[in-house]
Design a protein around this ligand. Structure first.
Ligand code: SF4
Length: 342
């Protein structure tokens, strides 16, 4: 194993696969969301400017002139750093890696609203031009239930501040987060908030309840009922249907998402995306099960892959095996397979 002479955190967004990773904080300053176990065993701390600057110089030496164009600041929320400290880090980074075009970070709404608009602008001017924000839902009820620690108001305010400063923002939504009980509210209220902020990118992720998480315990007590795969697609349909007057790029982009072909620019692609969701929803129960199992096992990537008769028959054999042993276990199996890809 290669020894990397600077500290790295455990997580980065999917879109930052080729980025330089520099750690500004360890863990998450909130760490209470019931669905999240990312940093559960990690004590949160803000790294000192001296330590981070040392890492930047070590990375410069280690990568020996590699022309990185993107850098992601780990871990959970760089905005907890003082503005001056963050700017000093950004300036050091850009000096050490002059080819950088994009520097990004996770940003929690509740932390960002503590910055002034002029501080946000100074941070943008120093180089932080891309944000990843896990709003997860726009419903106050859902956000409270999952202990997200943010409100629809703080999401809207922080997103507007970031936009006014010039930052490009991605908002993450978790499909299924309201459970069966709050599915409609989750979809409609989330669409309302997204319509208010018009983020540059909307990325949906399908829920996978992690064993041992707070949500897992809520599920065991019957306080959270996991929606089926088809119900999650119906929820997504409702969300998409209610997105109005925005120009965001909308995408299912993680392998945990069932319909990866649902991606496009709003509003022009909206009808096309709805048609894909409807296509899945109009399949017979047998074909829905065949598709979901084939997709979750990696035999299909897109809905159209079902048209390959040989592949369909192969998946159907697996379906039949499950039908013969435990015909009521499909949703549980699908969920277990989803959890394996998180
Ligand atoms: S979802 Fe984000 S804010 Fe919530 S505990 Fe996990 S890292 Fe922290």
């Amino acid at each position: 194993m290669n020894f990397v002479p600077f500290e790295m955190g455990p997580i980065r967004p999917v879109d930052e696969a080729d980025s330089l990773l520099i750690r500004t904080t360890r863990g998450c300053p909130w760490n209470r969301c019931t669905f999240c176990t990312l940093y559960e065993d990690m004590q949160f701390s803000i790294r000192s400017v001296t330590e981070i600057k040392k890492d930047i110089l070590a990375a410069k030496e280690y990568f020996n002139g590699h022309p990185f164009e993107t850098c992601f600041l780990q871990d959970g929320d760089s905005f907890v750093m003082g503005t001056k400290a963050l700017i000093e880090i950004l300036e050091t980074l850009r000096k050490a890696f002059p080819s950088l075009k994009r520097i990004s970070s996770y940003g929690r709404a509740q932390t960002m609203v503590k910055k002034t608009p002029s501080a946000m602008k100074e941070i943008f001017d120093a180089g932080l031009n891309k944000l990843y924000c896990g709003m997860e839902s726009g419903s106050a009820q859902v956000l409270e239930k999952v202990k997200k620690g943010i409100t629809p108001e703080s999401i809207i305010k922080s997103a507007r501040m970031a936009r006014e400063a010039g930052m490009d923002a991605t908002q993450f939504i978790i499909l299924g987060l309201g459970g069966k009980q709050l599915s409609n509210t989750h979809a409609i209220e989330t669409a309302k908030v997204l319509n208010e902020i018009n983020p540059d990118h909307i990325r949906v992720l399908t829920i996978g309840v992690k064993p041992g998480s707070g949500l897992d315990r809520q599920m065991a007590k019957g306080e959270f009922i996991l929606p089926s795969e088809a119900q999650i697609i119906s929820e997504q349909r409702l969300l998409l249907e209610h997105l109005e007057g925005i120009t965001s790029h909308y995408a299912n982009h993680h392998s945990i998402d069932l319909l990866l072909e649902v991606r496009g620019r709003l509003p022009g692609d909206k009808d096309r995306l709805l048609t894909i969701l409807d296509r899945f929803l109009s399949l017979s129960d047998t074909d829905q099960i065949n598709f979901v199992l084939g997709r979750r096992l990696g035999y299909y990537r897109y809905l159209s892959d079902m048209e390959n008769g040989l592949q369909y028959q192969f998946v159907e054999k697996q379906v039949q095996k499950i039908r013969q042993t435990d015909p009521d276990s499909f949703e549980q199996i699908f969920h277990n397979l989803r959890c394996q890809v998180v």
